[in-house]
Design a protein around this ligand. Structure first.
Ligand code: IVH
Length: 685
């Protein structure tokens, strides 16, 4: 893990690109190039860096995303409760930090260990299965966490999943569990695929994913999938439970498959001993696992701790360490990103780690290549951290070179291209940045990336418009700017005449573009512009601050005025960097911006909330006695407040704890309502 801001910036860039790359691979061809664990490790590293350096968080940060978009052919259904993901810990230190954060949030002392339920982290695919009056009603994949794919027919073919619950099952019960192949059954499946001359699956996880997402459920039925239920989702009032362990016991009593191999741990040493025990048995277990999951056993505490980003604060995945392999670096290619940064990518002699074929890895930037003295032709060590993201850890040959500097046959150093490989423009290196950029914002590679971003799930989520289609439409001259996407209907007939497009798919595409066009929320619009440093969260902050597209348009066209600049800087979550990025964007793309505004129907963004502090600005100061700062903020936000960082005339309430300091004096001078911690709690209640 890198440790200073400069390196962090580089690493965040690298990680973002890698994650984007894997998302694309997964989304476009349903074949993950990376296993879940390695992928998680990349995201975990990114998240840790973003937490440490919030200002460096990128516009399109992958840490705001979970999972992949639903497959187009399955109908999409919204989860009754979001399906969360898990934060990862790789070391005992990170685990201790997880514990400390919970203690801090709950204002408990350091020596109060809260019992944790340790489960095995099965490397499969999560599913939500809904039972109504004990009868299997419907089942969904996780999808993006909010919306999943309807896989009811497929789930019903899995023998270990009951169609009818037994025992004292509640009226409504949603269970969440992992669908997977046992190692033996996976080997058998691959054997029979090979016998039929068909393509084999690279991992048991991919096989489970491929089998479950079969449009023809009879194929799913022919494969022996298994399931372990690990928690509940939506549930009716007639279900009462004591704690996490009790939930699992109850699920089992309803006839659901639950993994018996788990342990309720009441101390850190017990927990770590269980981790070691399972790690030692990993190879001999009948199924693949990629780590452990620790969950707070106490349900009331889970409730209080709640969720941060897409992770519960009360659970964590403890991953197994990385596996390393050596292979040859065949070539270094250059990828041009949305904002013009040039990323070197290692093209590797394919090698398998844990059954996953690895043939590419990001080299991040030129500095990284120089620092590790990586040269084409070198034997390099690669690893998938926590089994997931492939990285080049070192060059074996670089070490030989360092020891024998006069050695003949020295390989040539990699020369980073002086010109953009896509448009030929001379590249620039911005001061304080590791990235080398193509300054031509009309560079075809940047245009394509910008379009991919605009149609992506977190932005406009336009179905049927992936990289392939975009490339084709650009080639055909239908798309020359982002706004042209919303004028594609003009080329409807020509699209129909292209190979691979039928009436139905073209209608669907036109329909989804049209739906988007008429129903864009302001925050999605801001995010979709693809401005640097504006991720989904910052886009929301900006959206709420401007509220309407008219306000935003007026302000952004007058960014030379101090008041408009100050406005942005004062928005929670924004900074000079965001302001500069917007200025840069408007400097180059003002006409595109206006074109988009004109072609879209952009809905205002207004905080509608009936909470006790709806629409109010709150600031906390001094030491709170009953609540930690974090919990107080979460509670206030739930009650509709936005938390601000400084005292100004716009502040509605200042909540004061012990030893408040200057903020109190300032707020009193401005006649702002002062609340004690108790008054704040009473108001909430
Ligand atoms: S708990 C809020 N328990 O790991 C709790 N997840 O990286 C969310 N997984 O999406 C998950 N075994 O697909 C949980 N015993 C277990 C698990 C488990 C495997 C998967 C699950 C989840 C992913 C998170």
């Amino acid at each position: 893990m890198v440790d200073d801001a400069d390196n962090a910036k580089k690493r965040i860039d690298e990680l973002s690109k890698l994650i984007q790359h894997y998302d694309d691979a997964y989304y476009n061809d349903n074949q993950s190039e990376i296993d879940d664990a390695s992928y998680d490790a990349l995201r975990q590293e990114l998240q840790a860096l973003e937490q440490k350096y919030p200002a460096l968080k990128q516009a399109d940060s992958a840490s705001d995303k979970v999972g992949v978009s639903p497959h187009k052919a399955f109908s999409k259904v919204t989860h009754l409760r979001p399906m969360l993901s898990l934060d990862n810990a790789f070391t005992e230190g990170e685990l201790a930090e997880f514990m400390r954060k919970m203690q801090d949030f709950l204002k408990l002392s350091r020596d109060e260990f809260m019992p944790l339920l340790a489960e095995l982290k099965i490397d499969g695919l999560s599913a939500a299965i809904h039972y109504k009056n004990g009868k299997l009603d419907y089942a969904l994949t996780r999808g993006d966490g909010e919306t999943g794919e309807d896989i009811t027919a497929n789930i019903k073919t899995i023998k270990v999943i009951p169609h009818q619950l037994s025992g004292n099952a509640p009226k409504y019960l949603e269970i969440r569990g992992e669908i997977f192949f046992e190692k033996q059954d996976f080997a058998k499946l691959n054997q029979s695929l090979a016998d039929d001359g068909k393509k084999q699956f690279s991992t048991a996880r991919n096989a489970a994913s491929g089998s479950l997402r079969q449009l023809d459920a009879s194929i799913t039925a022919s494969r022996v999938l298994k399931c372990f239920a690990y928690t509940i989702g939506e549930v009716s009032d007639d279900f009462s439970t004591k704690d996490g362990e009790d939930i699992l016991q109850k699920l089992q009593s309803f006839g659901l498959p639950v993994n018996p191999y788990r342990k309720l741990c009441d101390s850190m040493p017990t927990l770590l001993a269980f981790y070691d025990e399972v790690a030692a048995k990993r190879d001999s277990l009948p199924y693949e696992i990629d780590g452990m999951v620790y969950k707070l056993n106490d349900l009331a505490l889970r409730e209080r701790l709640g969720v941060v980003a897409r992770y519960p604060r009360w659970a964590i995945a403890h991953k197994f360490p990385a596996i390393k392999k050596i292979t040859t670096l065949n070539a270094i290619t250059i990828q041009v990103g949305r904002t013009g940064s040039l990323t070197p990518v290692a093209e590797l002699e394919p090698v398998f780690i844990n059954g996953v074929k690895i043939q590419r890895a990001s080299l991040h930037n030129d500095d990284e290549i120089k620092r590790k003295d990586i040269r084409v032709g070198d034997r390099v060590e690669i690893q998938r951290a926590g089994d997931v993201i492939p990285q080049i850890t070192r060059s074996i040959d670089a070490e030989n070179r360092a020891q024998n500097p006069n050695e003949k046959n020295m390989r040539a150093e990699f020369m980073f291209p002086q010109n953009c490989p896509e448009c030929g423009t001379k590249t620039v290196r911005v001061q304080d940045e590791a990235a080398i950029r193509c300054p031509n914002w009309q560079c075809p590679a940047q245009q394509l990336e910008a379009m991919k971003h605009l149609v992506s799930r977190e932005a406009f989520n336009i179905d049927g418009l992936g990289e392939q289609q975009l490339k084709l439409f650009i080639e055909q001259g239908f798309l020359t700017s982002l706004a042209d996407i919303f004028r594609l209907y003009q080329h409807r007939d020509k699209i129909l005449s292209l190979e691979g497009f039928q009436e139905k798919s073209v209608n669907n595409l036109m329909q989804s573009i049209d739906t988007t066009k008429n129903n864009v929320s302001l925050d999605k619009f801001i995010y979709a512009l693809g401005i640097r440093h504006i991720g989904t969260i910052t886009a929301k902050d900006l959206g709420f601050a401007y509220s309407t597209i008219e306000n935003l348009q007026h302000a952004w066209h007058n960014l030379d005025e101090d008041a408009h600049q100050q406005f942005i800087i004062n928005i929670e979550g924004c900074s000079y960097k965001v302001l500069e990025a917007i200025q840069d964007f408007m400097g180059k793309q003002a006409s595109l911006f206006d074109d988009l505004c004109a072609v879209l129907n952009i809905k205002p963004l207004i905080r509608t909330n009936d909470g006790a502090f709806a629409g109010k600005k709150i600031l906390f100061t001094g030491t709170l006695e009953k609540l930690s700062r974090s919990e107080a903020k979460v509670i206030a936000e739930k009650a509709g407040a936005s938390i601000v960082s400084g005292v100004s005339a716009k502040l509605d309430y200042l909540v004061v704890g012990a030893n408040p300091g200057s903020k109190l004096t300032k707020a009193q001078a401005l006649n702002i309502t002062i609340l004690s911690e108790q008054e704040f709690i009473d108001a909430i209640n």
